[in-house]
Design a protein around this ligand. Structure first.
Ligand SMILES: C[S@@+](CC[C@H](N)C(=O)[O-])C[C@H]1O[C@@H](n2cnc3c(N)ncnc32)[C@H](O)[C@@H]1O
Length: 396
């Protein structure tokens, strides 16, 4: 505790950590926890790693437990490097990579990322699905999801992706299985239909912009009364959207249809207090520690966050097909936002079963407070803090 006080954490934050059973000494590792990068698969050969090292003026250490991940000293900034500008490397913490790995995404999977922005995990998922399947990214924050769209365009990953600004607690669209006649981007599917989605362009026609505005104002939806339509802000050539009419895209599936045709994999990387992210907490040095009160410590906000987390998890699970897998993660280390949410969720969902994360056998993490759940923390894992739980959906 003394050490933690020495690094300048305010008393109120130390009290918050104490109340939540979080060891404050994790914040003493801020200057020694490595920075991580992930190589875009197929974009950098082993030989080019040396060029990267020359550019960073530092050795890249391969992360033995996570394919394509390398660690760097924390003070290295990757954003000015050519490899980053050319979309060959991503900045993503190894614990975040582990959360995606836990999902066990395979080629052809239809994946839902319910809190997708700014998109580091979404990009990794898109790299993993390869040339079949789809990824649907949802986020309630339009500006953050727009940044996510910029990121997938930079890394040329948008082909099988669609992005919706929507509330993840009520989002209800199941994946579009690519119709055989949409292989050519919907040319055939759209034959004879008017008002179908054509190739994505950032310059949207006036009518579409008007519809989106109406939806944002909450008066556009005739489909689910009281809930505004998700706003589609990007879709790729093979995302299944092209050739669909608006009614087809926004069709709400009934529960039995979701059980069969829901998503194969769902990631709920929920909004949280970010207390496990030492780099995030470090930023309060610039933002001013007084803002921590409002953003992290406010008890009312924390309570409403746990309700949000529970609702995101429940809705993500609702959209999963039988036999599918869901990963719930947060970068908080408090039990309230992790184990307590998981326990309540399991109590209320008889068809949910916690799953062992097979890939984790050699991961440098600890067990969470519930068997089969995992905790990464800067002290034991040399990564940012992250809680991960994986569920499967049983036939009921
Ligand atoms: C921890 S961040 C997600 C990080 C992201 N998965 C990544 O790897 O870059 C949590 C996100 O949840 C979003 N969020 C908060 N409330 C939401 C809601 N009701 N529905 C959907 N997204 C929400 C926030 O806007 C934020 O972008």
């Amino acid at each position: 505790m003394e050490e933690a006080s020495a690094i300048g954490l305010p008393e109120a934050f130390l009290d918050f950590l104490k109340e939540n059973g979080v060891d404050p000494s994790i914040y003493t590792t801020a200057d020694s926890t490595p920075r991580y990068i992930r190589l875009k698969p197929g974009s950098i050969s082993e030989a080019q790693i040396q060029q990267l090292e020359a550019e960073f003026k530092s050795k890249l250490e391969k992360v033995g437990w996570l394919p394509n991940f390398y660690s760097l000293p924390p003070q290295i900034h990757i954003a000015n490097s050519m490899a980053y500008k050319e979309g060959k490397i991503y900045g993503i913490d190894a614990a975040s990579g582990a959360a995606v790995s836990a999902l066990n995404v395979s080629e052809g999977d239809h994946v839902l990322d319910l809190c997708a922005a700014p998109g580091a995990k979404l990009c990794m998922t898109l790299d993993l699905i390869g040339n079949s399947g789809s990824v649907t990214g949802v986020d309630v924050a339009r500006h953050r999801l727009a940044a996510c769209r910029t990121m997938i365009q930079k890394y040329a990953l948008g082909d099988r992706c669609r992005l919706f600004v929507a509330d993840g607690t009520t989002f209800s669209l199941i994946p579009v299985m690519e119709h055989s006649d949409s292989k050519s981007g919907g040319e055939f599917a759209s034959k004879g239909k008017v008002d179908v989605f054509k190739e994505w362009t950032s310059k949207r026609p006036w009518k579409e912009r008007k519809n989106a505005k109406k939806a944002r104002e909450g008066i556009g939806s005739q489909l689910v009364p009281g809930i505004q339509d998700p706003e589609l802000i990007f879709y790729g050539w093979h995302s299944g959207v092209i050739g669909l009419s608006r009614t087809e895209l926004y069709k709400i599936a009934c529960d039995s249809e979701v059980l069969k045709c829901g998503y194969d994999k769902v990631l709920v990387d929920a909004e949280c207090t970010h207390d496990g992210s030492i780099r995030h907490i470090q930023k309060f040095d610039h933002w001013g520690w007084e803002t921590l009160e409002r953003r992290v410590l406010d008890a009312e906000r924390t309570d409403s966050l746990t309700v949000l987390q529970f609702r995101l998890l429940s809705n993500g699970f609702r959209l999963l097909k039988v036999g599918g897998s869901l990963v719930y993660s947060t970068c908080s280390l408090t039990a309230a936002q992790n184990e307590d949410v998981v326990e309540q969720f399991l109590r209320e969902n008889a068809s949910a079963e916690l799953q062992e994360i097979d890939a984790a056998t050699n991961w440098p993490c600890k067990s969470g407070g519930i068997p089969k759940t995992l905790r990464f923390d800067p002290l034991t894992s040399q990564t940012s803090g992250l809680f991960v739980a994986k569920f499967t959906k049983l036939a009921s």
